[in-house]
Write a protein that binds this ligand. Structure first.
Ligand code: M6R
Length: 364
């Protein structure tokens, strides 16, 4: 049942504030001061290394989480796509916790990677949407993301719920490793609890997204740029767009631009810059100006403050609510989803069942 929406994808995008609220209530205690995990939980003080493995959008959630775990918890993290990891047969050091992220819990490569880690990792944790799935059943600590059934092939609410669960885990790790105090933990958790309201506000960009999408639909190639934890979000924007609109899209770390991809830039290639105001904002903006100096058409996705600093000359701007930079990757999933959705609508492609793709990839 599409609940009055034209597509499951639209419904699932709109559901995000509600399902996120459920996930937050599941993992944060009623006082909002601590993280609650099932027993036997995970003591991050004893973890030496975190190895995260997944495919597609779930892999991009791991990429974001790498920034979080490393920056706030000081925990070394390795992230790999499951199809590479399983055949690379990497050595596993003692004290390694393996974490698998999968919406379906049935992705063949992710499951094979999990089985490779059995008996090698100190603990196998999974972040899954389907609690009775193989990946959940075969882990020591299955953590549900509580997104509810996701039907659209393009993953939306599962991604934001995966990120939310991983953000909570990263905060727990930071606290247990003595990197943040109990007060700082409670502050960050309280920011997280404000997220559903902020996502609701963010859904208000729908109309603007559809206007911009009408222009994007004309393009043959589109570039996405981001820095820090927004770099995986740039990949998510490109993946979503490719999947459902069939427009060729690529993502680059903003700083990589001058190492090759800037050669692609001309007036026919829209460049989507995802840049909330954070510590790295100025650097991203200077990369954006390099694109504009070469005639590139920049769509800047930022907040009010960022738009002011960036000044004139951009092709278009999408204004997002102001947010704690730590949580920006969750919020900026919304414009990535809405731009892809409306570009696909403008092109008349099948949004929920894109060609050549299956919801669950159970063969390698
Ligand atoms: O069920 P999983 O999360 O393991 O699936 C992983 C990927 O196949 C999936 O995220 C895919 O990339 C989506 N179609 C992206 O929108």
């Amino acid at each position: 049942d599409k609940g009055g929406y034209k597509h499951f994808m639209a419904k699932e995008i709109a559901e995000q504030p509600t399902v996120l609220q459920g996930a937050l209530a599941h993992y944060i205690n009623a006082e909002g001061t601590n993280v609650t995990l099932p027993d036997p939980g995970l003591d991050f003080a004893k973890v030496e290394r975190l190895t995260m493995v997944a495919c597609g959008t779930a892999y991009l959630a791991c990429m974001v989480a790498k920034y979080w775990f490393e920056q706030i918890a000081g925990l070394p993290v390795e992230v790999d796509v499951a199809s590479e990891f399983r055949y690379r047969e990497p050595p596993v050091t003692p004290g390694t916790v393996a974490l698998f992220v999968s919406q379906s819990g049935e992705t063949a490569d992710t499951l094979a990677a999990l089985r490779y880690m059995e008996g090698k990792a100190a603990k196998i944790v999974s972040v899954v949407n389907v609690p009775e799935s193989s990946i959940a059943r075969e882990s020591d600590l299955p953590l549900p993301i509580l997104a509810g059934t996701e039907i659209g092939v393009a993953s939306t609410k599962a991604f934001t719920c995966q990120l939310t669960t991983l953000a909570i885990l990263a905060l727990k790790a930071a606290h247990e490793r003595g990197k943040i105090s109990s007060t700082e933990l409670a502050d960050k958790l309280s920011n997280l609890r404000a997220l559903p309201g902020i996502l609701n506000l963010a859904l208000g960009i729908e109309e603007r997204s559809s206007q911009i999408a009408a222009k994007l639909a004309e393009a043959r190639d589109i570039l996405f740029l981001g820095r820090g934890a927004m770099y995986p979000l740039a990949h998510e924007g490109a993946l979503k767009l490719k999947e459902i609109s069939y427009i060729h899209a690529e993502a680059y770390a903003s700083g990589e631009l001058k190492h090759g991809p800037i050669a692609l830039v001309d007036q026919h290639v829209p460049v989507i810059v995802m840049a909330p105001t954070d510590a790295l904002f100025d650097k991203t903006i200077s990369n954006m100006q390099e694109v504009m100096a070469r005639g590139g058409k920049v769509l800047l996705i930022t907040d009010q403050q960022g738009a002011k600093i960036a000044g004139e000359g951009v092709w278009d701007t999408l204004i997002m609510p102001q947010i704690d930079p730590f949580l920006a990757p969750i919020l900026y999933a919304v414009p990535a989803q809405l731009l892809a959705y409306h570009t696909a609508i403008a092109k008349g492609t099948d949004v929920d069942q894109p060609r050549n793709l299956a919801k669950s990839v159970t063969v390698e």
